[in-house]
Ligand binder design. Structure first.
Ligand SMILES: [Zn+2]
Length: 196
């Protein structure tokens, strides 16, 4: 059992390091070339894949900001990384079926979806209304100093909600089989910081 835990920690540590090294390449403007044809030569069965839950905002594409390529990331995105059954089920698929040992929840500066929830904006279309209501419920009453403080609280709340709403993922987080990391990305500098 101890060895299994040590192995899981090592896989998680290595994956997170790869992501942060990729992020440095992205920041320095030296991303690796991406060639789809390489996919055929990768040993995808034995390769660890990191899962990223992020906002759908066009400024924070996970493959770009972590300079990852085909076969590296299982990406699940929604406005304001709002959690519904489809999103939770997709995360469970990534972890239990793709065997991903690392899950990143990535929120971002100037998130317009979180802002809409914070402002309690009302929408006529029921689907969008539901997304904003889900985000507002997750944010709670506040108060927040500014939008970025609300986004950071929302990242923490989303991470907590994943563990709470998905018993299987919650159990795996507690046992250490799944590492959950919370990150914030600035859309003005592109820099990513890992939250405590
Ligand atoms: Zn956003």
């Amino acid at each position: 059992m101890f060895n299994a835990h040590a192995q899981a920690r090592e896989r998680q540590r290595k994956l997170l390091l790869e992501l942060m090294e990729g992020h440095q390449r992205f920041l320095s403007g030296n991303p690796r070339p991406k060639r789809y044809s390489l996919l055929g030569s990768l040993d995808l069965v034995g390769k660890d894949v990191a899962t990223v839950l992020s906002c759908s905002d066009s400024r924070v594409a996970p493959e770009l900001v972590f300079d990852q390529s085909f076969g590296d990331l299982f990406v699940v995105r929604s406005a304001g990384h709002c959690l519904d059954e489809a999103i939770l089920g997709s995360l469970e698929f990534a972890v239990t079926q793709v065997n991903s040992p690392l899950l990143l929840v990535m929120g971002h500066e100037d998130c317009r979806a979180v802002d809409a929830a914070l402002q309690k904006k009302s929408f006529d279309t029921p689907n969008l209304k539901e997304v904003i209501e889900l985000l507002a419920a997750d944010l709670g009453p506040g108060p927040y100093m500014d939008l970025n403080e609300a986004v950071k609280a929302h990242i923490h709340n989303t991470a907590g909600s994943i563990a709470q709403k998905s018993p299987i993922l919650g159990k795996m987080i507690v046992s250490g089989e799944l590492m959950l990391a919370k990150v914030f990305i600035s859309v003005s500098s592109g820099e990513i910081s890992i939250l405590d």
